[in-house]
Write a protein that binds this ligand. Structure first.
Ligand SMILES: [Zn+2]
Length: 210
C-alpha cells in the first residue's frame, strides 16, 4: 500500500490506489514464479505428468487413475450445439445429474438422438460418486470437509445420504478386509519373532493404549 501523503485529498488518494490496482497484472502467467519458467532442469516424475501430445491422456482410462478435470457447465454445453452424426443444429438438450455424474441428452433438427455421461457407470452407480467417497475416506477427511469445499466452488459431489450409503456399503467393508489382512500379517511376524527370539516385546505410546 502506498503511503497516502497528508496533502492529497481523499479523491486523489483513491484515484491513485485505483489506478495501481488496475495496473496490477493478475493474469495466470503473472502467477507463475519466474523461477518456474526458467527451470529447464525440471523433469516430470513420470509420463503421467507430461503435457506432451502422446497417449498420456489414455493412461488409466476407465480406472480411478484416469485424470479428471473441473469443467464449467457453460463450456461443456458448447460441445452439444451440433449433431455428431449429421452436423446439423441440436434443437434440444436435457441435463440429468446425480452427484458427480452429469448426463446430457440431445436431439438434432433431423431427429438424431444421443446421450453422453461425464463418467462410466458400474452396476448403475456413477464411478466418480464412488471415487469421491473413497478419496474422502481414504485420505482421512470427512464429508463435511469436502462438502464445504465443493459448495464454495460449486463442484458437484454426492449428497450426504448417498455419500454415507456408499461408505457403509462399499468402503468400510474394504477397510475391514485390509485391516484384517494387515493384522494377520503382523501377528504372523510376531509369532515368527517369538520362535526366533524366544519372546516379543509389546509397548504402547502411553496415552490411551492399554
Ligand atoms: Zn443429426
Amino acid at each position: 500500500m502506498p503511503v497516502i501523503k497528508s496533502f492529497q485529498s481523499d479523491e486523489q488518494a483513491l484515484a491513485e490506489n485505483l489506478s495501481e490496482e488496475l495496473s496490477l497484472d493478475v493474469s495466470m502467467l503473472s502467477l507463475d514464479p519466474p523461477s518456474d519458467k526458467k527451470d529447464l532442469s525440471f523433469a516430470p516424475l513420470s509420463s503421467t505428468t507430461s503435457t506432451s501430445t502422446t497417449n498420456t491422456e489414455e493412461e488409466g482410462s476407465g480406472t480411478y487413475k484416469e485424470r479428471k478435470w473441473i469443467v464449467n457447465e457453460s463450456n461443456l454445453m458448447q460441445l452439444f450445439t451440433r449433431c455428431p452424426q449429421c452436423g446439423q443444429t441440436v434443437i434440444d438438450t436435457k441435463k440429468f445429474s446425480f452427484g458427480s455424474l452429469l448426463r446430457v441428452s440431445w436431439e438434432c433438427i433431423n431427429g438424431h438422438e444421443g446421450s453422453w455421461n461425464s463418467c462410466n457407470e458400474t452396476r448403475g452407480m456413477a464411478d466418480n460418486n464412488l471415487l469421491v467417497a473413497a478419496s474422502t475416506l481414504f485420505t482421512g477427511a470427512t464429508y463435511v470437509d469436502i462438502a464445504d469445499w465443493a459448495a464454495c466452488l460449486n463442484v458437484q459431489i454426492p449428497q450426504k445420504t448417498t455419500f454415507y450409503a456408499i461408505q457403509s456399503s462399499y468402503l468400510i467393508p474394504v477397510v475391514d478386509v485390509f485391516y484384517k489382512e494387515q493384522q494377520a500379517k503382523l501377528l504372523e511376524d510376531l509369532r515368527l519373532q517369538n520362535v526366533l527370539q524366544k519372546g516379543a516385546n509389546l509397548s504402547g505410546d502411553g496415552r490411551s493404549d492399554r
